[in-house]
Design a protein around this ligand. Structure first.
Ligand SMILES: [Zn+2]
Length: 288
C-alpha cells in the first residue's frame, strides 16, 4: 500500500519530506476543522488509531498493531502535555512507508543510544517536526506570535493555550519566530569533567534559528544572572548581554526564563531553567 508521504512525494517531486509533512498535517487539521488546543485523540482516530493507552514504560511511547487494531501507548508517568506531543509523534509515523511493519518507539533521549530500538533518527526527527505542526497549528501560532513581545508570560500563555509542554512551546517559537531565536535548557549540575566541583546552573542543550555564536555546553550561568533568578522568582525577563555565557558579541539579548523542575525515572529532582532568547536583527544582516 502506498503511504501518504509517498503519495505526496509523487505529487510534488523534489519537495523535501519536512515540507510535505507540514502540508499533510495542515490537511488533517483542515479536514477535521480543529483549532487550538488540538484534540490529539481526534487526530489519532482520524488516522485509524483505535485507542491511546497509558503504560509503565521506560520510553515516551510507541504505536503498534494489536488484535483490536492500531494502538498508541504513552508513558503513564509523563505529564499530559508531553503525552499529547508523544501521541501526535506516533500519529505522524502513520504517514510513513511501512510504518505498520514494526512497532515504532519514541525513545527518551537518555535511552536513545542503545537500550530500546530507537528507529531511524531522521524519521524520528521528522515525526517530532510533524507532531509540532499538529500540536501548534502554524497559522494560529504565527498569529499569536505576531506583534507580541517575547516574555516569560507569553511563553507560559502559549503553552497553556496549546496544552503543550513549555519546552515544546519554546521549540515551536524558535522554529516560527521571525527574529533570530535561541532556546537554552539549563540544569543545576556539575560539569562531567569536574565531578567534584560544586553544582551550578549549566547549559545542557540548545536549539536555535538565525545566526548565533558558538554556545558552549555546560557553561555556567552566574548567580546574579537572569537565568539563575528564574529559580528564585519562578520566571524572569531582562534585556541583557550574553557575555557571561561566552557570547560577548550579543550585548542586547531579550531573555525570558522560566523555572521548570522535573523528576527523572529514579525520582531525582532536576532543577531546570528553560530560556527563550531573541535579539534584534542588525541592518544588513541576513536571516539564517
Ligand atoms: Zn517515533
Amino acid at each position: 500500500m502506498v503511504s501518504d508521504l509517498e503519495r505526496a512525494r509523487l505529487t510534488r517531486p523534489g519537495a523535501a519530506d519536512d515540507e510535505l509533512l507540514i502540508e499533510l498535517a495542515e490537511c488533517v487539521l483542515e479536514e477535521l476543522d480543529l483549532s487550538p488546543a488540538v484534540d490529539h485523540a481526534i487526530v489519532a482516530s482520524f488516522r485509524d488509531v483505535v485507542r491511546i493507552e497509558e503504560a509503565d514504560i521506560d520510553w515516551s511511547g510507541h504505536i503498534s498493531w494489536t488484535s483490536d487494531g492500531l494502538v498508541i501507548t504513552v508513558n503513564a508517568a509523563h505529564p499530559r502535555p508531553r503525552q499529547r506531543f508523544t501521541a501526535l509523534h506516533e500519529v505522524v509515523h502513520t504517514f510513513f512507508p511501512g510504518f505498520s511493519m514494526q512497532t515504532q518507539y519514541r525513545c527518551l533521549p537518555s535511552i536513545a543510544n542503545g537500550l530500546v530500538h530507537p528507529g531511524d533518527p531522521a524519521v524520528e526527527k521528522l515525526c517530532d517536526a510533524g507532531a509540532a505542526e499538529l500540536l501548534f497549528p502554524r497559522r494560529p501560532f504565527l498569529n499569536d506570535l505576531t506583534g507580541n513581545t517575547m516574555t516569560s508570560s507569553l511563553l507560559r500563555g502559549l503553552a497553556t493555550r496549546y496544552e503543550a509542554s513549555l519546552e515544546a512551546t519554546a521549540r515551536r517559537i524558535v522554529t516560527l519566530n521571525s527574529e533570530p531565536t535561541l532556546f537554552i535548557a539549563f540544569e543545576v549540575s556539575r560539569k562531567p569533567s569536574q565531578p567534584n566541583n560544586s553544582p551550578a546552573l549549566r547549559i545542557q542543550y540548545h536549539y536555535s534559528s538565525g545566526q548565533w555564536p558558538f554556545i558552549p555546553k555546560y557553561k555556567a550561568a552566574p548567580d546574579d544572572s537572569v537565568f539563575y533568578r528564574a529559580i528564585l522568582d519562578g520566571a524572569s525577563d531582562e534585556v541583557t548581554s550574553l557575555a557571561s555565557l561566552g557570547m560577548p558579541q550579543i550585548d542586547n539579548a531579550h531573555v525570558s526564563a522560566i523555572y521548570s523542575p522535573y523528576y527523572d525515572n529514579n525520582g531525582d529532582l532536576h532543577m531546570r531553567v528553560l530560556a527563550v532568547i531573541t535579539r534584534p536583527v542588525h541592518t544588513g544582516e541576513r536571516r539564517g
